[in-house]
Design a protein around this ligand. Structure first.
Ligand code: ZN
Length: 250
C-alpha cells in the first residue's frame, strides 16, 4: 500500500494511493485505513511530505564508500544526529539555498517511517514498528559542517529535509537502489545492501536512546557521490520500489 499526505481546497489529510487516484482516509493511517470520502484524481491534489515527524534522526557515514570520499573512517557504532521537523518539505517544494553557505550538497537516502511508538526495540522486532519507507534528501551545507564542531547548523536549514512522494508500506529495504540525479544526470547510485548498519540495527540502536513516535523519520545514510547543488538545479532522489522525490533549488 502507498500512503500520501495531501492538500486539496485548503484542507490537508492522508490518503491511500490507488493508481492515479487518492482515496482519503478517515483516521491517521497508522491507526487504520478506513475510507473517509470518495476517491479524487491524483492531479487534483497537492502532495505534501507523507508524514509529520516529531523528529528526524539521521545516520552519518553508513556506507563505506561515502565515509571514504569525505576522508572518514567507518564508525564502530552508528553516528546519529537530528534534523528539525521545520526542515521538512514535500515533493516539488523548493529547497532554499541559504546565504550562509557556498557549498550545499545533496544526500539521497532511504527514509524509514515509524508506525508505532517504541523504545528499547530488539532488532528482530523492528519490522512491526516500521510503517513504511519513503525517499529522503539529507541536504547539507558541507562548508558549515566542516567549519562547525557539530552538524546542527549544516543539516538544519528550513527546506533541508525533502521527503516523499509517498510511503510504501510493503518495501523490503534489504537491497534496493538509492539514486540521486541532478538535472537528469546520475550523481549517486548505491544499494542498501551496502549499508554498514541495516534498518533493524539502526532502529534498535536509536530506540535505546529515545522514544520513537508514529511519523518519526530515520534517514539511513547516503551512498557515495555526494556533491554540490546550485540555484536552479532540479534534484531527484529515487528509491527502487518506492518512487521519485523531485525538488528544485532556489
Ligand atoms: Zn546524510
Amino acid at each position: 500500500m502507498r500512503i500520501v499526505r495531501f492538500e486539496r481546497q485548503g484542507a490537508t489529510g492522508y490518503g491511500r494511493l490507488e493508481g492515479e487516484t487518492v482515496v482519503p482516509l478517515r483516521d491517521r493511517p497508522w491507526e487504520g485505513v478506513a475510507t473517509a470520502d470518495e476517491a479524487v484524481p491524483l492531479e487534483a491534489v497537492r502532495l505534501l511530505a507523507p508524514c509529520e515527524p516529531s523528529k528526524i534522526v539521521a545516520v552519518g557515514r553508513n556506507y563505506r564508500a561515502h565515509a571514504a570520499e569525505l576522508g572518514n573512517e567507518v564508525p564502530a557504532s552508528p553516528i546519529i544526529f537530528l534534523k528539525p521537523p521545520t526542515a521538512v518539505i514535500g515533493p516539488d517544494d523548493a529547497i532554499v539555498y541559504p546565504a550562509a553557505s557556498k557549498n550545499v550538497h545533496h544526500e539521497a537516502e532511504l527514509a524509514v517511517v515509524i508506525g508505532r511508538r517504541c523504545r528499547h526495540v530488539r532488532p528482530n522486532d523492528v519490522p512491526s514498528y516500521v510503517w513504511g519507507y519513503t525517499c529522503g534528501n539529507d541536504v547539507t551545507a558541507r562548508d558549515l559542517q566542516r567549519l562547525d564542531e557539530q552538524w546542527t547548523r549544516s543539516k538544519s536549514f528550513d527546506t533541508f529535509c525533502p521527503l516523499g512522494p509517498w510511503i510504501d508500506t510493503e518495501l523490503d529495504p534489504a537491497d534496493v537502489s538509492v539514486i540521486c540525479r541532478v538535472n537528469g544526470l546520475v550523481r549517486q547510485s548505491g544499494r542498501t545492501r551496502d549499508m554498514v548498519f541495516g534498518v533493524s540495527a539502526l532502529v534498535a540502536f536509536i530506540s535505546e536512546v529515545m522514544t520513537l513516535e508514529p511519523g518519526d523519520v530515520i534517514l539511513t545514510g547516503t551512498p557515495e557521490g555526494v556533491g554540490p547543488l546550485a540555484r536552479g538545479d532540479v534534484v531527484e532522489v529515487e528509491i527502487e520500489g518506492v518512487g521519485v522525490l523531485r525538488n528544485r533549488v532556489v
